[in-house]
Design a protein around this ligand. Structure first.
Ligand code: BGC
Length: 776
């Protein structure tokens, strides 16, 4: 509001001054009025360098260069946003504001000398959104987030993030969608389309192969061009082609020896030439080490920006190591971005987004992303239940989302017990008092994060006396046990944290005891025990999965957490989420074993020797039986699949299938289309997800026909020798099902001859071949 006003007033004053001098020829060309090339031509070298480098971080805007792994924070314009660009008023170029992130806008909730608050809506984490398999809903979420960022005066959202879940211990997996590139790309495209429909921008991130936090700024990712194209770049390719994001953020890591932000192969050959990207590229915050190389590679904007980088660019032009034409190319891209923004267009903002309406959207999304992993004897939805016992301190201290730049400053998080109480259940007050007391005693004992990049240490789970569980089983109707996990930027997850006696990938003995004891004692009294997982990524459940009657994977569901969970537990919403990432029986069985690289003490490189065999592509091909497979999820109703029809017409396979609700409750089904391709000269996974769809809410007995189309590109593999996507001749099997291992119907079609679908730049080669141990 204020910011536009000031900018326009100064612009008017400048024009008035120049007109008063009656010397129009002296007036510099104004962005938006004069052709963009004239504006670039009128810029001094210093101004060009300034525009390619952001204004810096809070505490020393524009000057400092920090090496510490901090996430962006600026005091300029919108406090707590991640960064801003420079304004050049004489040319009519305003500063624009960039802010995180993937689960909603991250800005400071309060401002100095200002009584207003600026809280934002915490939406469910991206892994939860992906579990909805509902691109229309994710697009709606995007529209809501877009409205919120516009109303807070932000121009570009630094999201969605779509790196692949290569390993369950990836600290930022919660910010990413899936182990599968198709679902990642489609979700990202839906989010971008939604956000950008509000006239604000997005930055899809982090391009590319940024799958771990350990040594994230120095690690050299060794990965074959095929695995890059099919797995790590594929989602970005889909998002670029299906949604035209305004910007792309390059990643910190090296790819086959070259930093992503210095990588012309990646940022120019692949992104622009192969995929047709026409927007602007920015670095991740403090990413890269050589400003000149970044300019040359086509990394247009260096964020958050430091004076030193400007000087390097200016000197490089002066000494002839940097062609000014490249500067002009990048400057033009920054200006094109600026011209799209609400700030440039003078669109007013209220600083008062409709947070209540946005919380409703967040709640709806959260319910749709929850995955019912187990439901013995229809333990859920709750029936004839009034009094509840909530075990696990997390029931009272619920986690809305992860930490780091993926965190949101929300006004509140509805805990599980609050949500259940809101839904009319009676929470046992004695147990509640026990846990509230426990939390207030334990929290001061764990070290608090001293800086933004210190991890949040959780408190250990409480040991609950058997007598207390017995007492609860006597006086309440059902037990809930919440298990929570939090992770975030700067640090990969642990298997467990011995020092603080807290679990991470593994459950602690106390947690296992809690789950098994509560389950046994309640079941012995003829009552049910329900396990609620409040996690950002996968955990090991093998030892406890048999104990409870039901398991609901709630993820980190955003600020309406407890209300959304109560919607599902009560049956108001029938769960329809399916896993977009595999839960294994044992971490020993996973693909991507080289994580987080070598040498172990401080990894310098990580070799993706599993190649394309990531997640279910590996488990399905090499006979590993997951605990809960990719695509898995239960419902309170049942569905039948019929009338699978597959036709191949002029290089397009048209598929349709009828899905019928055969149960007794309204529900939605996720139909997944896997294709098993013939082995030709290229090795192929047993099957790959090639399309998916979600039904509307179907009443009992109601049917819906879902249709899909697969082009040759959709079923192609990448041939490194030809540097081309090829569809090999032979029989292709279409497998439609409710998960990767619950295939309901199959059909086949033939491809008569090898087809070279698309030739692309022969780039991103490995310096030395890696031994892709496909069946390690
Ligand atoms: C993160 C980015 C984020 C940026 C700005 C970096 O540390 O990796 O995802 O957008 O900070 O906050």
């Amino acid at each position: 509001m204020k910011r536009n006003y000031l900018f326009f007033v100064s612009k008017l004053l400048l024009i008035a001054l120049l007109s008063a001098q009656c010397n129009h020829s002296l007036q510099a060309p104004q962005l938006g009025e004069a052709p963009i090339d004239d504006v670039v031509a009128a810029m001094t070298l210093e101004e060009k360098a300034m525009l390619l480098v952001g204004t810096g971080m809070a505490g020393g805007e524009g000057n400092e260069e920090r090496e510490a792994p901090v996430v962006g924070v600026t005091n300029n314009i919108v406090p707590g946003a991640a960064g801003t660009t420079f304004a050049i008023e004489r040319l009519g170029i305003p500063a624009i504001v960039l802010a995180d992130g993937p689960a909603g806008l991250r800005i400071s909730p309060t401002r100095e000398n200002d009584e207003n608050t600026y809280y934002c809506t915490a939406f469910p984490i991206e892994t939860s959104l992906a579990s909805s398999w509902n691109t229309a809903l994710v697009e709606e979420a995007g529209k809501t987030i877009g409205e919120e960022i516009r109303e807070y005066g932000v121009d570009v959202l630094l999201a969605p993030a779509l790196n692949i879940h290569r390993h369950p211990l990836g600290g930022r997996n919660f910010e990413y969608y899936s182990e599968d590139p198709l679902i990642s790309g489609k979700m990202a495209a839906a989010m971008v389309n939604g956000v950008q429909a509000q006239g604000v921008g997005t930055s899809i991130k982090h391009l590319a192969a940024n799958n771990q936090e350990t040594e994230r700024r120095g690690i050299d990712t060794k990965v074959s061009p095929r695995a890059l194209r099919e797995i790590y770049l594929k989602g970005f390719e889909i998002a670029v082609k299906k949604s035209s994001p305004w910007t792309v953020m390059s990643s910190y890591n090296k790819i086959n020896g070259t930093e992503a932000s210095h990588n012309t192969d990646l940022l120019t050959s692949v992104l622009r030439e192969d995929w047709g990207f026409e927007g602007m590229v920015m670095t991740d915050w403090f990413g890269g080490t050589n400003a000149t190389e970044q300019v040359i590679a086509g990394n247009d904007l260096l964020m958050p920006g430091a004076k030193k980088q400007m000087n390097i660019i200016i000197d490089a032009v002066k000494t002839g190591t940097l062609d000014e034409k490249l500067l002009d190319r990048n400057v033009k891209r920054v200006l094109e971005l600026v011209m799209k923004t609400p700030c440039f267009k003078g669109i007013p903002f209220s600083n008062k987004p409709d947070l209540n309406a946005h919380a409703d959207v967040s709640r709806r999304l959260a319910t749709e992303g929850m995955v019912l992993l187990k439901n013995n004897n229809n333990a859920l939805p709750l029936e004839k239940v009034q009094n509840i016992a909530a075990f696990g301190f997390g029931s009272y201290d619920f986690i809305a989302d992860g930490t780091g730049s993926g965190d949101v400053n929300e006004a509140y998080t509805v805990s599980l017990v609050k949500g259940l109480a809101n839904a009319g259940y009676i929470v046992d007050t004695g147990l509640e008092a026990f846990y509230t007391n426990y939390i207030s005693e334990e929290k001061p004992k764990v070290s608090k994060p001293r800086t933004f990049h210190d991890p949040i240490i959780s408190i250990p789970e409480a040991d609950i006396p058997i007598s207390l569980i017995e007492e609860m089983a006597a006086v309440t109707d059902v037990a809930f046990i919440s298990i929570g996990r939090i992770s975030g930027e700067f640090k990969d997850r642990d298997l467990a944290n011995e020092q603080y006696k807290i679990g991470d990938y593994y459950l602690t003995q106390t947690e296992k005891n809690l789950i098994t004891n509560v389950s046994k004692i309640f079941q012995a009294s003829g009552k049910k025990a329900i396990l609620i997982l409040n996690v950002g990524g996968v955990i090991e459940l093998t030892e406890v999965k048999d104990a409870p009657d039901a398991i609901l994977l709630a993820w980190q569901p955003g600020l309406e957490a407890g209300n959304a969970i109560a919607d599902v537990l009560s049956g108001k919403v029938n769960p329809s989420g399916h896993l977009a990432t595999t839960f294994l029986s044992s971490v020993k069985e996973l693909s991507g074993k080289t994580f987080p690289g070598t040498p172990a003490s401080q990894p310098k490189e990580v070799t993706y020797d599993e190649g394309i065999y990531v997640g279910y592509r590996y488990y399905d091909t090499f006979g590993v039986k997951p605990l809960y497979e990719f695509g898995y999820g239960l419902s309170y109703t049942t569905f039948a699949y019929s009338n699978l029809d597959t036709k191949r017409e002029s290089d397009v396979v048209k598929i349709s299938v009828t899905v019928t609700n055969t149960g007794k409750k309204d529900g939605k089904e996720v139909a997944q289309v896997y294709v098993a391709a013939p082995k030709g000269k290229l090795d192929k996974p047993v099957q790959e997800l090639r399309a998916f769809g979600k039904t509307n809410l179907l009443e009992p007995g109601e049917s819906q026909v879902l249709s899909f189309e697969l082009t040759n590109k959709d079923i192609a593999s990448f041939d490194e020798n030809q540097s081309a996507w090829i569809t090999e001749t032979g029989k292709y099997e279409v497998r439609i099902g409710a998960s990767s291992r619950d295939i309901k119907l199959k059909a086949a079609f033939n491809v008569e001859e090898d087809v070279t679908v698309e030739s692309v730049s022969k780039v991103l080669a490995l310096q030395a071949p890696i031994d892709e141990k496909q069946n390690n």
